[in-house]
Design a protein around this ligand. Structure first.
Ligand SMILES: Cc1ncc(COP(=O)(O)O)c(C=O)c1O
Length: 432
């Protein structure tokens, strides 16, 4: 999801500040209160487990018990007969995906790049893989070139995503060249405006082509709408956008039904949603499957009202290298007292192993980055208040903002369950 989609268009504070500015009101900056305090037992237990496991480098930890609860929560929210498709890029580890497949009882995956598609075809040839973005046809060709002969069945389980008549023609040629029948899923623009078909003539053209081309088989539609929850709900704005999205989807289904028959289209893949929107789908009249990934590990960008029942299940744990009782900034030593008097949260300092991740510190409480000192990937400075108590070799915990890129930065995931690190799960190679 692009970053701007993580935020409301205008939040309440921005609106209030804009309002205050307009009438010439001076906004007083509030003196920060002390946010330091005792550590959470949850993180102290996780720290003890990491130490017992001999882990002493920055590590991505997944709490498997919380992951399981999130899977169960998601499944419990789905209406009867709604399929669940695992968003592989947001859960980028084969054993992690295998675990979720097993617990959620699904064989549907959504895949976003060719190396991941190839890896999943090798490891899970039986899984149905729907591309979450259209791949350049040359990448699709590489997929066929690299597919081992004993995994040939996997190619038949891929739904290639197509967004334009031109790309459909490219894939038709690929189908001819490789001698494979390709399953084609059509990307719909239901208001996100990231490309795809809207009801009308281009859609008609590709539907017609699909009906007439034996080497292409029409497998369904994908319409993604993560823009909806970030629109303001005031004056029915969000609801109108949702109704417009569903109308567009319905009209596309109608066009397809005219050509292929309503009964056949009803059986096809009718994919929608992502973590922030999956709970919008309370029946299977429009979509018959939802895709979601991030809500199972819940990075901070997914702290939304609808995802309230999901628990944060992924953390970055990193050892403290140095723990100092004061905060001195280079060349600004004279300002130390004034800085501390203004902001008690800048009283103490830790330097951690690594840093500069897309993540927020969560334990010990009250830690923050120092914008004057700056960020560091080597030894990042964090500051805390007078109650901060942490020694070198103990762990600071962060919550990632997102999973898809952050999970790939730490090597094998440490799987935490019942107070111990019980497994290590390799992640996909970082690739696009
Ligand atoms: C097409 C599509 N569907 C669904 C998702 C949802 O993924 P997640 O649940 O991890 O947000 C994404 C995320 O980018 C996407 O691009």
């Amino acid at each position: 999801m692009p970053d701007w989609l993580k935020r409301p268009v205008l939040n309440r504070r921005q609106l209030m500040l804009a309002g205050a500015g307009a009438v010439g009101v001076t906004v007083m900056v509030q003196k920060p209160g002390d946010k330091s305090g005792p550590r959470e037992s949850y993180f102290l237990d996780m720290q003890a487990a990491l130490m017992r496991a001999g882990i002493a480098t920055p590590t991505l930890v997944i709490d498997r018990d919380r992951l399981n609860r999130n899977i169960d929560t998601l499944k419990a929210h789905l209406p009867a007969d709604m399929g669940y498709r695992i968003v592989a890029k947001s859960l980028p580890s084969l054993p992690l995906i295998a675990h979720i497949r097993d617990r959620a009882e699904t064989d549907r995956l959504m895949t976003f790049n060719q190396p991941m598609l190839s890896a999943l075809s090798r490891d899970m040839p039986d899984a149905d893989q729907l591309l979450g973005k259209p791949l350049p046809v040359a990448a699709a060709k590489s997929y066929f070139d690299q597919l081992p002969a004993d995994r040939a069945e996997a190619a038949g389980n891929v739904q290639w995503l197509i967004d334009t008549p031109h790309r459909l023609e490219q894939y038709r040629q690929l189908a001819r060249a490789t001698g494979n029948t390709l399953r084609i899923n059509l990307e719909l623009d239901v208001g996100l405006h990231r490309g795809g078909f809207v009801p009308g003539s281009d859609l008609q053209q590709v539907l017609q082509a699909l009906a007439e081309t034996p080497e292409l088989s029409f497998s369904g539609f994908m319409g993604y709408e993560p823009h909806l929850p970030v629109l303001p709900s005031a004056m029915g704005w969000r609801e109108r956008a949702k109704q417009a999205a569903w109308r567009a989807y319905r009209d596309c289904l109608g066009q397809a039904s005219d050509l292929f028959g309503a009964a056949e289209v009803a059986q096809m893949t009718r994919n929608a949603a992502g973590s922030p929107t999956y709970r919008y789908y309370q029946d299977t009249l429009l979509a018959n499957e939802i895709s979601a990934g991030s809500c199972l590990v819940k990075p901070t960008h997914f702290d939304s009202e609808l995802l309230e029942p999901h628990l944060p299940a992924s953390f970055i744990a990193t050892p403290v290298i140095k723990s100092l009782d004061r905060t001195q900034l280079p060349g600004m030593e004279f300002a130390e007292g004034a800085q501390r008097a203004w902001n008690p949260n800048s009283t103490k300092t830790v330097f951690i192993y690594g840093g500069h991740w897309l993540a927020d510190p969560v334990d010990p409480p009250g830690l923050s980055y120092n914008s004057t000192f700056g960020r560091s990937s080597n030894q990042e400075m964090l500051n805390g208040g007078p109650e901060l108590e942490i020694s070198p070799d103990e762990f600071v915990f962060f919550r990632p903002h997102q999973s898809e890129a952050v999970f790939l930065q730490f090597g094998d995931i440490a799987v935490y369950e019942q107070g111990e690190i019980v497994a290590r799960w390799p992640v996909f190679e970082a690739s696009a």
